[in-house]
Design a protein around this ligand. Structure first.
Ligand code: MRU
Length: 371
């Protein structure tokens, strides 16, 4: 998508150089980082230079390429498995990470020499990244139908969409998951307005607003607890969020606070949709009960970062000695979700419908049982 009129993806190649947008200082500073070794990739994922389930996955794909490069230099096969473990542990909730690393391990095994393995890992990482962008583009094509229907019902008056966190192109490779239908609606000339939850504590809502601002989409930032009130007042027509891990029954883990929005949407009979690519399904989980929830450093809650006289500064907002707990995600039960917007279409919330839309999952489930 566009940054100051120029097209960017959140991760890209310049020859064999791996470039990402370092998102830590956005929306104030647009900074580009090159990832040159596995350690840098792990730090970038852990410390959220890159974030969002699909982008974490794509970055880890290149992390595996760098791991094979290191294995070649040190002439040690073990480095590959060890690096895979380290990468998977970097962030626990976003399942795209595990999916990519396991896919890479499978592909890398096909190479007979380090050189071959390295080439395979590079090609696979590139393919995963390109596919990820294409999946989001398709999510947009399917999701826009929902917006169009509402717009027609409202006789072309503005459709108000509420989103939580950042499930935009910054969190993916391009287009975003939750935002792809919004971008497509704009392209199709549908009048839209987006309510953007600020999303404490890391304020990913500011990333969403920055994206929407760049694309000239009307939007308004709201404090996290505002959504319910807006819904009661008839100011929200549709909710779309992303997801970090979705179980086979449709229970969906997403940024902390998503569950409360889904509850409020149900109470107000507002459709609540979750947009995700197939790599965000966890085929090992029948329901969301066992989705690991990342707990991050308490300082992300006690301190807040912003721009002060052109300098990015962090300030303490809590009593210094108070303790805080920082749960990164929550699980929205499938019963609160109207549908899953995927690259293959919009899917109902049950295992049968998910497997019908993704018959390839059945094969993977059987293979896993046989392994
Ligand atoms: O902690 P983050 O910023 O990596 O959280 C991920 C997210 O941005 C959201 O939960 C998002 O809605 C899913 S990723 C498209």
């Amino acid at each position: 998508m566009k940054v100051n009129g120029k097209h960017f993806r959140s991760i890209w190649l310049e020859g064999k150089k791996i470039k990402v947008i370092d998102q830590r200082n956005l929306p104030h500073k647009f900074e580009i980082e090159e990832l040159t070794n596995l350690e840098e990739v792990i730090t970038a994922i852990k410390d959220m230079h890159v974030r969002g389930a699909p982008l974490i996955g794509a970055t880890a794909g290149f992390g595996m390429y760098l791991a094979v490069k290191k294995a070649e230099e040190k002439k040690s096969e073990e480095i590959i498995e060890e690096s895979a473990k380290q990468l998977i542990q970097a962030r626990p909730t976003a399942v795209d990470l595990k999916w990519t690393v396991e896919k890479q391990l499978k592909e890398i095994k096909k190479g007979n020499s380090f050189k071959e393995k390295k080439e395979i890992a590079f090609k696979t990482a590139k393919k995963i990244t390109d596919n990820s962008a294409e999946q989001c583009r398709k999510i947009g094509e399917f999701g826009v139908k929902l917006i169009k229907e509402i717009s027609e019902k409202k006789k072309a008056k503005t459709v108000n969409i509420l989103t939580h966190c950042n499930a935009g192109w910054l969190a993916c490779v391009d287009f975003g998951t939750a935002t792809a239908p919004i971008y497509k609606a704009q392209k199709n000339g549908i009048k839209i307005h987006v309510w953007v939850d600020e999303t404490r504590p890391r304020l990913q809502g500011m990333l969403t607003s920055w994206e929407l601002m760049q694309q000239k989409i009307p939007h308004t930032i709201i404090a996290d607890n505002t959504g319910g009130h807006l819904m009661q007042k008839g100011l929200v027509d549709l909710c779309i969020t992303g997801a970090d891990r979705v179980a086979l029954n449709g229970d969906a883990a997403n940024k902390i606070g998503t569950y409360l929005k889904a509850l409020a949407a149900k109470d107000n009979e507002i459709p609540f949709y979750v947009a995700l690519p197939s790599s965000t399904f966890d085929l090992n989980l029948e329901n969301g009960k066992n989705i690991p929830i990342e707990e991050r450093n308490e300082n992300e809650i006690k301190f807040i970062k912003g721009l002060n006289k052109e300098k990015i500064t962090e300030v303490l907002i809590a009593p210094e000695k108070s303790s805080a707990r920082n749960f990164g995600f929550d699980v929205t039960p499938a019963r609160l979700i109207a549908g899953l917007i995927t690259e293959k279409g919009i899917c109902k919330l049950d295992k049968k419908s998910i497997l019908k839309l993704f018959p390839e999952f059945k094969k993977r489930l059987i293979n896993d049982l046989n392994e």
